[in-house]
Design a protein around this ligand. Structure first.
Ligand SMILES: NC(=O)c1ccc[n+]([C@@H]2O[C@H](COP(=O)([O-])OP(=O)(O)OC[C@H]3O[C@@H](n4cnc5c(N)ncnc54)[C@H](O)[C@@H]3O)[C@@H](O)[C@H]2O)c1
Length: 323
């Protein structure tokens, strides 16, 4: 019998790449997503697709109970959009996420993955890389709600039959079937390619990056692992992909060989953190397959193919998508 995988918020940037990966394996995949960006969802005929708010699933107890693995990805994602829509953000990322998670952890799902973010670290001294037990200093509404939900989930220890895993993803880059150009590497690549100019704020601040296709591999590995990882937290990414924004901009410029980069200090995003990924490497033997250079090159190829004419390039709720 096929294993059953439910992706909550699965029609997004990371969800699409998880679907693509798991469709090659022996899984029955279900997605709930309200397509908040009016995004086209390429896989709707290949998965069980429930269009709507994730809370609608609470009326389908039997369906939830049949799932083996649930990955919670839904929400308003990133600092700018949560700042722009604080009420909707609070409702989705905190209030309703809590309701859904509480319900789910009272059912019989084998493994529940909550997808969190390395943004939770906020600011870390540049002399060290944040491990999972680093004090969290979330700076944005987005990260504050992620931290609050992590804490809420940890309160279910010994109170649920499900195995619970929290994954703090590095900032993603690269091509997915629902693109995002509000992510540093994708955004910088687009700006240098299309507009031939790029303004980099706080160029020497650090972040970890991970290719969007590498996250699905982590989830597959954790699904298949024999040892119990119950209520463990993992940073997901790789130490070698900690970069400053200046380093990222220079990499892109080196590949494109066009465009003018200017720098400005003191933006309203003071995040600055390097992250340590030893735990995920040691416990599940995970290392990302894709380099930042690979991601830049495939994004350039994608942009040239789909956005040749800038008029095809539209913006809704701060997110870019194809008309
Ligand atoms: N992309 C990154 O760099 C990154 C880094 C760290 C963590 N994460 C986490 O990964 C997850 C997925 O991020 P993403 O980049 O794919 O973002 P995304 O915005 O592309 O995906 C989120 C999805 O949630 C859906 N959604 C929003 N509200 C919903 C609701 N009420 N009901 C049902 N669906 C709803 C959206 O339609 C969208 O498809 C998020 O939890 C995010 O915090 C992402």
């Amino acid at each position: 019998m096929k294993k059953k995988l439910l992706l909550v918020g699965g029609a997004g940037y990371i969800g699409n790449s998880i679907i693509k990966h798991f469709l090659k394996l022996d899984y029955e995949i279900s997605i709930v997503d309200n397509l908040i960006y009016y995004q086209k969802f390429k896989y709707k005929n290949k998965v069980n697709f429930f269009k709507g708010d994730f809370l609608n699933l609470l009326k389908m107890k039997n369906f939830i109970n049949q799932q083996d693995y649930v990955v919670f990805l839904a929400g308003l994602v990133g600092d700018p959009i949560t700042k722009k829509y604080p009420k909707l953000s609070k409702k989705t990322n905190y209030k309703n996420s809590k309701i859904f998670i509480k319900y789910l952890l009272n059912q019989n799902v084998k493994k529940f993955f909550f997808i969190s973010t390395c943004s939770n670290y906020g600011m870390v001294s540049s002399k060290k890389k944040a491990k999972e037990n680093e004090v969290l200093k979330p700076l944005s509404l987005y990260a504050k709600d992620k931290v609050a939900i992590e804490k809420y989930i940890l309160g279910f220890k010994f109170k649920t039959k499900s195995e619970v895993i929290i994954l703090r993803f590095a900032t993603a880059f690269g091509v997915s079937d629902r693109m995002r150009f509000d992510l540093t590497i994708n955004e910088f690549t687009r700006d240098l390619l299309f507009f031939k100019k790029l303004k980099v704020y706080d160029a020497d601040t650090w972040r970890p990056y991970c290719h969007v296709n590498d996250f699905a591999i982590t989830i597959e590995k954790i699904i298949n692992i024999k040892k119990k990882l119950n209520f463990q937290i993992f940073n997901v990414g790789s130490d070698k992909n900690n970069y400053t924004k200046r380093q990222i901009a220079q990499k892109i410029k080196k590949i494109l060989k066009i465009g003018k980069i200017t720098f400005q200090e003191n933006s309203n995003d003071p995040r600055n953190y390097k992250v340590n990924f030893d735990k995920i490497k040691k416990v599940i033997n995970f290392q990302p397959n894709h380099s930042v250079n690979y991601g830049i090159m495939e994004t350039i190829k994608y942009l040239k193919k789909f956005y040749v004419k800038k008029k095809n390039y539209t913006k809704k709720m701060g997110n870019y998508f194809i008309k």
